[in-house]
Structure formats: C-alpha cells, structure tokens
Design a protein around this ligand. Structure first.
Ligand code: ADP
Length: 447
C-alpha cells in the first residue's frame, strides 16, 4: 500500500480523496495555487505545497511543479481527481517515468479514450454497441453526404478531440450539412487544435446513461451499475441518479456484463465510465471517461462501496475488494450539483459565503469544501458542493431530497439550489420521465 498520496486537485474532490486516504491510514499531501491557500483541503491535509499563481495552467495544470512537489514530500502516488490532469496521458507517463504511481489507468488507455474516433473504434471492437456513423474522420463534404445519406438524417458532426460539449453541430437535412461541417471543423480547430470531425446519427430523445466500471489491470473487470445523467444544460450534467428510472434489471445486467467484459479484455486498470445514449431500449456508446466522475457518489450510495478506496487498492496492486456477485444495488440515490451560479441564467456568482449550513439526517451526504466565511475564487469551476440523497426506493429518495433541499442554506452568493427546489416538485421529474433535452426545454418555458 502507498505511504503518501499527493492529491493534484482542489475543491470538493480534493477533500473527497483526502477522506479516503485518511480512512486507509495513508499520509496526504495537497498542492494548491495562491488563490486556494485558505481552502478546506489545504487545512485538513498532512502537508501542503503551494505550486503557483491562480491560473490553472500555472498551478493545477503545471506538471513540473506537481512532480517537484512529489519529490520534495516523498509522495509515492498521485490522485488526480477529475478535470485538470486526470485525463492527461503525458502526465501519467511522466509520473511513471519518475516511479510515482498515477492513480488511474495507463497513459495508453487514456490516449485511446481521449481520441473519440479511436475510442469508438475500440468500443466497437470490444463488442460495445455504438451510434451508427462514419468509421473514422470525415475528409470532405462529399464523404459527409454519402455517410449521412446512408445512416439517415438528422446527423450530428462531432470533434474527435471534443470535450465539454464543444464542436458539435446537428444537420437535419442535406442542405444543412455543408455549414454544419464547416462550423464544427473550425470550432474544433479553435478549441482543441485539431479539426478532425466525424458523423453520427443524431438521436432525438435519448437518455444519457453511463456505466461505472472498474478493471484490476490483470484481466478482470466489474461494473457497478448505471447512472442516469439525462438532466443536462449545455451538455453539462446537473442532476444524476442511480439506478436509472428507465432501466429494468435485465437491461442493467446485460449492458453491465458487456461493459465489464470489455474492460477485462482491454486489460484496463482503475475506475472508468462508459457513457451511452439510450433510446427505444437500445444503448449507443458515445465516450469513455478514464477517471472518477463528479457523480460517483450516487453509485457509492446504492452499492455501499467506496470507489476511491477501490481506485487506491487497484493502483497499489492490491486488486479489487469485490467480485461482480458481491456488488448489490440497494435503493435509489440522487445527486444535485450545487454551483455558485444564478439558478436561472447560470451566470457565475463568486464571492464570500456569509453563512453555510448543510442538511443532515439518514441518507443525506454533502460533499463540499466550502464553509461560512469562505471566499470563492473566480478562477475555477463553479461547483461548490454536491448533495447526495439515498432512499429505499425512488419515492422515498425524492421525499428526502425535498426535505434536505429545504434545510440547505448558502448565503452571500447565488447558487443553483432554487432550481433543484423547483425540480423536486415537478411531475415529469417525479415520474422519472425526462430525456437529455428536458431541462433546456423546461428552462426556456419558465424564463
Ligand atoms: P463531450 O465529450 O463534448 O461531452 P459527448 O460525446 O459526451 O461529448 O456528448 C455530450 C452530449 O452531447 C451528450 O450527453 C448528448 O447530450 C449530446 N450528444 C452527443 N452525441 C449525440 C448523438 N449522436 N445524438 C444526440 N445527442 C448527442
């Protein structure tokens, strides 16, 4: 087992990882920018190292500084959290070259999944169902027209290097195709420095369903069931559930079995999430994330398994603590992402939190690094906390969520809490009857 883990992240996820390390009796080091000197994870860690000024590229993305911090403190492993360097293959390779364990998959597996065309090709080869579309990058309009005609309109053009919902354009008819292709290419070039794009069938009313998987790096793979993250705004997840209100036990074990086998065949090590669009009973792979996800606590709530413990065990060579037959799904869980943003316009609202009170009681978990008097720096993501509620079934979970939201107090800044208070009272949400477009349509109506 590791002696000392360096946590290369900030905010709630840094604290989340720190808690797991403490439980396992592992020493912790955190790195931070000058803007985060007062952060909770810095206060609670055994050691901390300031690695640079506020902009991420000079601190949380600065590989040299992070490796130097490992060497100074004698850390033998790095947990990257999510975002920042968590899906940076070069970072994983550099750590390996310094004999420091990256708590995540190999640089090669990160590289394959970071390129969407390559990821889709790999998924297909491993027997995972994919969205019908072009086999690789589209070179010109003629080819785009041929592929689109074969799969049928509407189609979506997506950037191979894409992320965060950027570089995607829908074409409803052949007349739209030229403009969509050009815009997607130039957006992709500007955002990612790579203008390779590919075409997929555009699904009109899918749900976003993702499978939590784990590989031990020695040819074994398991799945921890799915999460439904269909409630999105601008392709950003807002509310996540486990299990999905749309799946039955048979569908869950079928797609779970396919994913676990794929992970085993790939020789994958650590946590991963295989994302699908789900429509009319069919699953369509869209991408795989090779890291811990923001929404992992809903899976922990229904399985009772600490996924960060599992990541650390696997990375240290200890293997998974569970076999597939040990993983049982118990009840229902919902996570609300609490952002420092206006609940209607989603404009960021940094500033000082004058009062912070979190709900408690049975089945309620709050993961957050903020506190009364904390000043939210304007440089980073606006997520300030996550409320995760568990119940024996979805109805009980929703009752508890409503109560927990009522108790939650964040004063001094605007947050997305009012949106969730509206959503718990909505009939479609109560019935679990929503797709990936539901939230945008709802927001357009209430405006
Ligand atoms: P990114 O990595 O940029 O987040 P994804 O491939 O994960 O891109 O897609 C993000 C979101 O875009 C999906 O959750 C879904 O809402 C939408 N999307 C992607 N592909 C399709 C498709 N083929 N049909 C309909 N919607 C899609």
């Amino acid at each position: 087992m590791f002696q000392k883990i360096l946590i290369a992240n900030r905010g709630e996820i840094a604290l989340r990882v720190l808690r797991a390390c403490k439980e396992l009796g592992i020493q912790t080091v955190v790195v931070h920018s000058t803007a985060d000197a007062d952060a909770m994870h810095v206060r609670l860690a055994d050691e901390s190292v300031c690695i640079g000024p506020p902009p991420s590229r000079e601190s949380y993305l600065n590989i040299h500084q992070i490796v130097a911090a490992c060497e100074i403190t004698g850390a033998d492993a790095v947990h990257p959290g999510y975002g920042f360097l968590s899906e940076n293959a070069k970072f994983a390779d550099i750590l390996a070259a310094h004999n420091i364990t990256f708590i995540g998959p190999s640089g090669d597996h990160i590289r394959i999944m970071g390129d969407k065309i390559e990821a889709k090709r790999t998924a297909k080869r491993l027997g995972i169902p994919v969205v019908p579309g072009s086999d690789g990058a589209i070179s010109d309009e003629k080819e785009a027209k041929r592929v689109a005609a074969a799969i049928g309109y509407p189609v979506i053009i997506k950037a191979s290097a894409g992320g965060g919902g950027r570089g995607m354009k829908v074409a409803r008819t052949e007349a739209d195709l030229e403009v969509a292709l050009q815009t997607a290419k130039s957006e992709a070039g500007a955002a990612f420095g790579d203008d390779a794009v590919y075409i997929e069938k555009y699904l009109e009313k899918p749900r976003h369903i993702e499978l939590q998987v784990f590989g031990d790096g020695a040819g074994h793979g398991v799945h921890f069931g799915e999460r439904d993250c269909s409630l999105q705004r601008r392709h950003q997840k807002v509310w996540e559930e486990a299990n999905s209100p749309a799946l039955n036990t048979e569908e869950r074990s079928r797609i779970g079995g396919i994913c676990a086998k794929a992970i085993a065949d790939l020789g994958y090590s650590g946590a991963g999430t295989i994302e699908f669009l789900y429509e009319n009973g069919e699953f369509y792979f869209i991408e795989m994330n090779t890291r811990l996800q923001v929404e992992h606590p809903v899976t922990e709530a229904i399985t009772g398994i600490d996924l960060v413990h599992e990541q650390i065990r696997v990375a240290s060579g200890g293997g998974l603590s569970v076999r597939q037959e040990d993983i049982k799904f118990n009840g229902h869980a919902i996570e609300c992402r609490i952002n420092a943003e206006d609940a209607r316009t989603f404009t960021p609202s940094p500033g000082t939190i004058t009062h912070f009170h979190t709900p408690g009681g049975l089945g309620v978990r709050v993961d957050s690094g903020v506190y009364s008097g904390y000043r939210i720096p304007p440089y980073y993501d606006s997520l300030i906390g996550k409320l995760i509620v568990h119940g024996r079934n979805r109805v009980e979970c929703m009752m508890r969520l409503r109560r927990a939201l009522d108790e939650f107090v964040v004063d001094g800044i605007k947050t997305t809490l009012p949106l969730f208070r509206d959503l718990v009272g909505n009939a479609d949400i109560a019935n679990g009857d929503y797709d990936i477009h539901w939230l945008e349509k709802y927001l357009a109506k209430v405006d």
